[in-house]
Write a protein of this length. Structure first.
Length: 406
């Protein structure tokens, strides 16, 4: 691919840069990797997302009929780069706009699209993703939250979700539930929209080592959902979930630089300490990290090329995620080693460094993504599976029997 802007992209970049220069005074302070999630900070980020939307810098790849800009992934990358360059925060609701909105566009009814997508773009309604459960993360199709339909078409929902990012201030959620336990586990799932203020929904924050609480446990106690709350076909939720997971990979893949884990940012921190920059070990370790980030940029270009040709990015997205997080963790460790405890003060790198290891699990764990590469790139045999063709309701007994036999 040609790495220079085409004339059209250069013109787009100029427009984005001009808008940011004119409007960045209204942006909340950008704490970089740190996230102080006070209500005022969140309110500021929501207002800024609304501004970005008004300025055409949000929903860039969404169709125009749903409030998007109808542009391509390259425009998204240019906008991300310019937002990073201006030093202002991007949108608050990356999960909504990057993953759940595209899922609604692909599988939702026209009524759902017109009701939900506009307020999602402006952050009037922030969204959360209610997929993972205490006993179902990597094995997502093993979820146990149940939804039962009444004769009037409404639903009753009972179960528990966990690690739900942003549920503490989300207005809506996209939730995967089991609607038929008598068929194999991937076949009896349905996706729903759930208002987070519905009776029976309890959100409890989970405090992280950094002191923040970005994610939550969500308890669902006989929650009533109106008829037509399902997204896509009843019992066809697995296909809908795969769409979300695909967009999760693309969002992470295209957003890497926007997350602020760039080699130059770490380099700037190291330069503050002259002795560190002269230390051959520090230089060697930094060289390796910078090489990883460079390789990631080129892997990102491969993903972009695939997207622009109308293809679906493959396992390289998973590998890029594994490498990004590893490189950022290595960089955090290098900063801690080279700059000492001062670098990890409250307003320093401490939060970023303590947040990063958790991200090895988010969006697919390192082991699962490596398995994917093993199977789909290296052609290794797939993992043995006990669940093929077995109704979900009989699965536990079969697993117990297998465990007893071994
Ligand atoms: C920061 C963060 C934000 C998150 N946000 C959300 C969110 O908004 N919504 C949501 O639904 N979920 C969210 N998650 C949950 C995330 O999707 C899960 O953590 C992830 O899918 C892993 O599931 P688990 O935590 O249950 O771990 P498990 O699946 O129980 O895995 C535990 C360990 O076993 C390993 N393992 C499991 N199966 C295999 C296998 N077959 N082969 C080899 N190793 C294996 C894993 O790699 C891992 O090391 C978030 C997680 C984090 C850390």
């Amino acid at each position: 691919m040609d790495l220079n802007d085409t004339p059209e992209l250069a013109a787009y970049r100029a427009t984005v840069r001009a808008w940011l220069e004119a409007n960045q005074g209204r942006a909340p302070e950008n704490p970089g990797g740190q996230q102080e999630e006070t209500p005022e900070y969140i309110a500021g980020r929501r207002a800024w997302q609304a501004e970005l939307t008004k300025g055409g810098l949000n929903g860039i790849t969404w169709p125009a009929e749903y409030g998007g800009q109808g542009l391509g992934p390259l425009h998204q990358v240019v906008a991300n780069q310019e937002i990073g360059r201006a030093g202002v925060p991007g949108i608050l609701d990356i999960i909504g706009v990057g993953m759940l909105g595209p899922t609604l566009i692909a599988h939702g009814s026209e009524e759902q699209k017109h009701r939900y997508l506009g307020p999602m773009l402006t952050a009037d309604e922030v969204w959360c993703q209610l997929f993972s459960e205490p006993a179902a993360g990597s094995d997502l199709a093993g979820i146990q939250t149940r939804a039962k339909q009444a004769s009037d078409g409404s639903w009753r929902l009972t179960g528990q979700k966990v690690w739900t990012t942003n549920a503490q201030f989300a207005a809506q959620g996209l939730l995967l539930a089991r609607t038929d336990a008598d068929v194999p586990k991937h076949k009896g799932l349905t996706m729903f929209v759930i208002p987070m203020d519905a009776e029976g929904v309890t959100v409890r924050p989970l405090r992280q080592i950094s002191g923040d609480a970005h994610f939550n446990e969500v308890f669902l106690d006989d929650v009533h959902l109106a008829p037509a709350s399902e997204v896509g076909p009843v019992d066809g939720g697995w296909g809908v979930a795969l769409t979300t997971l695909l967009f999760e990979r693309i969002t992470i893949g295209l957003g890497g630089e926007g997350f602020g884990w760039r080699a130059d940012r770490f380099a700037h921190a190291l330069i503050e300490d002259e002795a560190a920059t002269l230390d051959p070990q520090v230089r060697h370790r930094f060289g390796e990290i910078a090489t990883d980030f460079l390789a990631l940029r080129f892997t990102g270009y491969r993903t972009l090329t695939t997207l622009m040709k109308g293809g679906v990015p493959g396992p390289e997205g998973g590998m890029a995620k594994v490498t990004t997080i590893r490189a950022a963790i290595d960089a955090g460790e290098l900063l801690a080693d080279a700059l000492g405890p001062d670098a990890l003060e409250e307003d320093g790198w401490g939060k970023l460094v303590s947040d990063l290891p958790g991200l090895k699990s988010a969006g697919g764990t390192e082991e699962i993504l490596r398995n994917l590469v093993g199977e789909r790139v290296l052609g290794l045999p797939p993992e043995p599976r006990l669940d093929k063709g077995v109704p979900f309701s009989e699965l536990r007994a079969k697993e117990r029997a297998a465990a007893g036999a071994s």
